[in-house]
Design a protein around this ligand. Structure first.
Ligand code: CA
Length: 705
């Protein structure tokens, strides 16, 4: 009897321990909605309204100088770390590149489990903007992650074991998933990416318990003109199909991928999605230069139960510049003109800050939040932009801001209801848009209808220096009611990090040069900073545990800015990802990163090619530069000017034509270029390697898109 009693006592003690720290992420819609106002951080943007504001104020403008490292964790992947960690019941969940998921004890940093979806390395080629992942969703004891190869996976929150997995995409097409799923009313919502290559965008809802598909909504028409048997069929037939004309979209799929932003209003029962750019980019090539091409560059409001269409607002009709409206969506209640308004706010790539009535999609106001040249304003009556006629680049090259990286990209903003300000990470990145006169669809490759060659053409040093001086990154504190900046902080480089604001009157943001800083939310004064030793692009988050406030941020530069414009970024090697967690009086120290093994220069005296350098220059900039940098300046993905593969025609052909490095994300290009053209590219790379180094200013202007 005694033994039985003892056993029962142990069982009770274990049950009590489990109650104190259940580690099951057992959350539902009510708890996520409550996180909009309380201190919990349960969904990508904190709660359903995605404000990224925490009322926690233990760390505040008065004491933030005492912030120190509480714990850190190093990861087994490098490249861009874009995730926002979530914390529930003392467990921190985060993701890294290659869609890996980690769970940590949020107090000690002890790793509880990890999950590797084992994405094939070759799938990295399908990711326009790095093999990134922005985080997980939590719901009723499960953790959900989307993977680079298009799967949506449910894990047991306690163990990290896979519960179910669904392939959300056609694996024969270059779809990817980088965004965090959201869960609304027992449905997991997920979109996809791929609109640089040529796919047709859609959003899918899956049953959170089983993974069974509940509904799908296509964002652009079916190229065959047929119904899809999807939730979007009705609005396609009634409104959308007529906004498209004959063009390359029928071959490429049209784009319109929903790769990042979502938000949910439980009262209106509307879920909002940000929709991406067209494919090809060039409106003339895509749709004969005709039509608005819905729902490209739009915000869509749907019913979460059925996917039924409710309203849309298109930021950029006839999109032609990669001006996605996938950027962060924030829901808030603002007092405008003496009236309380339920608004939706977005600062999409096109440079306008939009305040929209989220019940009906009508424009309240829009003003440029940074320098833009493509439009002069937004017509308040029609809600349409007033375009600069030169922006359509059908006849001439147009040097324009913003370029395809946008005046604001995926890096999340934050809205602080106490200051009434939205804190926006902004970029100024010019780009020379040029019509690709002989568009030729290449399945599986980039298909833009834009000639990238012009962005690499040599111009005089003075022009290059002037362009370089335009490139900048800022943190802008924006008054959304009066549509004007209140303060700005200049960063040394563009492509800086996402933002957190807190009840401690603070704004936290990392930067490309590596500092993670806290600013006074009212005036932008820098109050604290920490040198991470690597670039930061991810948004921080904050949580409270056992009476202490923590601030957590993922560290690791990468993503579209680093990949496509490495010469405009700090010159540093790829470093392993790291999670940093701070608290007042934290005394931990993270070790310095291991010294990188620098690739020695090639012995150029013994390297030569009989290829045509001029031909190679053109082929390189049409096929290679988005990963290896304009003018072969890329030093982040392998620097071809120093790669041993460049040393011989045989090793070059083995990789470029025969696909020897396919599992590492460099597939065979035999589908796109001939062996002769491949050798011409090698000849061009060797010619670049033999040139003296350009000045930093001129380097910065190269590849500035
Ligand atoms: Ca894009």
């Amino acid at each position: 009897m005694k033994i039985i009693h003892l056993g029962a006592a142990v069982a009770v003690a274990l049950a009590l321990a489990a109650c104190q720290k259940p580690q099951t992420a057992n959350i539902d819609g009510e708890r996520i909605a409550a996180a909009d106002a309380n201190a919990e951080w349960l969904s990508y943007g904190k709660g359903y309204s995605e404000q990224r504001f925490s009322p926690l104020d233990q760390v505040n403008a008065g004491n933030v100088g005492q912030l120190g490292l509480a714990w850190y964790a190093d990861f087994d992947t490098d490249r861009g770390q874009e995730a926002t960690p979530l914390v529930v019941d003392g467990v921190l969940y985060t993701t890294t590149t290659w869609s890996k998921v980690f769970a940590f004890d949020a107090k000690t940093g002890k790793q509880l489990w990890k999950f590797d979806p084992k994405v094939e390395g070759a799938k990295g080629f399908n990711a326009c903007c790095d093999v990134v992942n922005r985080g997980v969703a939590l719901w009723k004891g499960k953790v959900y992650v989307g993977t680079i190869d298009g799967r949506l996976i449910a894990l047991d929150a306690k163990t990290g074991q896979q519960v179910w997995s669904v392939q959300t995409t056609d694996t024969s097409k270059p779809y990817t998933i980088t965004g965090a799923p959201r869960v609304v009313k027992d449905k997991v919502l997920i979109g996809n990416g791929g609109a640089e290559y040529g796919v047709r965008g859609y959003i899918t809802a899956y049953d959170a318990a089983t993974g069974k598909q509940a509904w799908r909504f296509y964002t652009v028409p079916n190229p065959k003109g047929a119904p899809d048997g999807a939730a979007s069929d009705k609005v396609m037939a009634e409104t959308v199909n007529a906004t498209w004309s004959d063009g390359a979209w029928k071959q490429t799929g049209g784009g319109g991928t929903a790769w990042d932003s979502m938000a949910y209003d439980p009262e209106l029962d509307l879920v909002y999605f940000g929709i991406g750019n067209g494919n090809p980019w060039n409106h003339k090539v895509r749709s004969g230069g005709k039509g608005d091409n819905l729902f490209l560059s739009s915000i869509l409001a749907l019913k979460p139960d059925t996917g039924e269409y409710v309203w849309h607002y298109q930021t950029t009709p006839g999109e032609s510049w990669d001006y996605t409206a996938t950027q962060h969506i924030i829901l808030a209640d603002l007092n405008i003109g003496g009236q309380p308004r339920k608004v939706l706010m977005q600062a999409p790539k096109n440079g306008f800050f939009y305040v929209i009535d989220r019940a009906n999609g009508r424009l309240i106001s829009a003003k440029p939040y940074t320098n833009i040249t493509w439009a002069t304003g937004v017509d308040p009556k029609t809600g349409r932009p007033i375009e600069n006629p030169a922006a359509r680049y059908e006849k001439t090259v147009t040097l324009q801001v913003p370029g395809p990286l946008g005046a604001h990209n995926w890096q999340p903003m934050a809205f602080n209801p106490k200051t009434g300000l939205v804190y926006i990470p902004t970029n100024v990145t010019p780009f020379a848009y040029t019509d690709e006169r002989a568009f030729n669809y290449k399945a599986g490759a980039w298909n833009l209808g834009v000639d990238f060659l012009v962005n690499a053409l040599p111009t005089d040093a003075a022009t290059m220096k002037a362009v370089a001086s335009m490139i900048k990154g800022q943190l802008v504190a924006w008054d959304p009611v009066n549509q004007k900046p209140v303060w700005t902080v200049d960063h040394p480089y563009f492509w800086n990090a996402g933002v957190l604001s807190t009840g401690g009157n603070l704004v936290f943001q990392g930067a490309a040069h590596g500092e993670f800083s806290a600013y006074d939310a009212a005036n932008g004064k820098k109050l604290w900073s920490y040198k991470t030793g690597n670039g930061v692009i991810a948004a921080p988050m904050t949580y409270e545990l056992d009476g202490e406030q923590y601030v957590a941020v993922m560290v690791g530069v990468g993503g579209a800015g680093q990949l496509s414009a490495p010469a405009s970024m700090p010159q540093r090697p790829r470093l392993p990802g790291r999670l940093l967690v701070f608290k007042l009086g934290g005394k931990a120290t993270a070790p310095a990163y291991p010294a990188p093994a620098e690739q020695p220069p090639l012995d150029l005296a013994n390297v030569s090619s009989t290829g045509d350098v001029q031909r190679g220059f053109a082929v390189f900039h049409q096929n290679c530069q988005v990963c290896h940098g304009a003018n072969a300046t890329g030093a982040w993905l392998p620097d071809l000017k120093r790669s041993p593969i460049t040393a011989s025609a045989e090793s070059w052909k083995a990789v470029v034509i025969d696909g020897a490095n396919a599992t590492r994300g460099m597939p065979s290009f035999a589908r796109y270029i001939s062996p002769q053209d491949a050798e011409a590219v090698r000849a061009y790379v060797i010619s670049e390697a033999k040139k003296p180094a350009a000045t930093p200013e001129v380097q910065g202007a190269r590849g500035s898109f």
